[in-house]
Write a protein that binds this ligand. Structure first.
Ligand code: LER
Ligand code: MN
Length: 269
């Protein structure tokens, strides 16, 4: 299965689940050194680096771009697609569309995680869901111009109250006829919310386009209590063809986490 490692350039996310935080030339070199197929970029905005510079780093290190995260819009600028203020919702949409453009030029999809926001007393649940559906429709049709999907990520209950489980997100996409959207199965969130990781992955594999392959404690697989061999066997059997991406804590060190991640993806099945 294809592997990716997260490269984060967002100062506000320094304590987040990202492996390498130094400049991108360092991150690309580390990704190649550890044997990853691709990198997943978590940038402060689409202006952080030019497309030409990314392509140069890709060529130098033989790496693909697996995906581009949009969470900086929330952690750095406080933007969300379900904010009560229409101006903030518009800024959130514009921020994401710029990252969709950025990723699209590199053949990579963008991800909606924390920028989905949450419902509140000022934005009741049904209204928040309709804001989310409208935004996803706009973004997904924009992404289609680049022939890439847009990735929606259900998060655990402490990070959103919109969709916490894969099955509920599938029902939402279906109910709203949302096309060109795939789901991100982040095993850390799923470990909190799903009855069974295996059953949720197997039942909804047709909708799953990306996996954050994290152990139960958000460290590299093997550093927590998830049965990763069982999961890998299942993913192979059900024909998962997307990335296993290391959105994990860089513990005990970034290099040790990266090395353990790669080791965990290469068991004798
Ligand atoms: C983003 O991929 C994610 O999983 C959230 O928990 C934000 O860190
Ligand atoms: Mn994630």
């Amino acid at each position: 299965m294809k592997t990716a490692v997260t490269l984060c350039r967002v100062a506000e996310a320094a304590a987040g689940p990202f492996v390498f935080h130094q400049d991108l030339s360092h991150g690309f070199a580390k990704a190649a050194e550890h044997g990853f197929d691709a990198v997943e970029l978590f940038l402060p905005s689409a202006d952080e680096i030019s497309i030409a510079e990314v392509k140069k780093l890709q060529a130098e290190h033989g790496l693909k771009i697996a995906a581009v995260g949009t969470g900086a819009g929330m952690v750095k600028y406080g933007l969300s697609l379900t904010d009560a203020d229409p101006l903030i919702r518009q800024k959130a949409l514009d921020f994401i569309l710029e990252l969709v453009d950025f990723g699209g030029q590199l053949g990579a999809p963008a991800i909606l995680g924390s920028m989905q926001g949450r419902s509140s007393t000022t934005v009741p649940h049904q209204l928040a869901i309709s804001y989310l559906a409208d935004a996803l429709r706009t973004i997904a049709s924009h992404a289609a111009r680049f022939d890439v999907p847009f990735i929606y990520e259900p998060l655990n209950r402490y990070e959103t109250n919109l969709f916490n489980r894969i099955g509920d997100a599938v029902a939402f996409l279906t109910e709203h006829n949302l096309e060109n959207i795939t789901l991100l199965a982040d095993l850390f969130h799923m470990n909190i919310e799903e009855v069974s990781l295996e059953k949720s992955l197997a039942d909804h594999i047709a909708h799953i386009g990306h996996i954050h392959f994290a152990d139960s404690n958000r460290r590299a697989m093997g550093f927590g209590h998830t049965d990763s061999v069982k999961l890998l066997r299942l993913l192979q059997n059900i024909g998962y063809e997307g990335y296993l991406s290391a959105e994990i804590l860089p513990l005990p060190t970034p290099d040790a986490a990266a090395a353990q991640f790669i080791k965990s993806t290469q068991p004798n099945l």
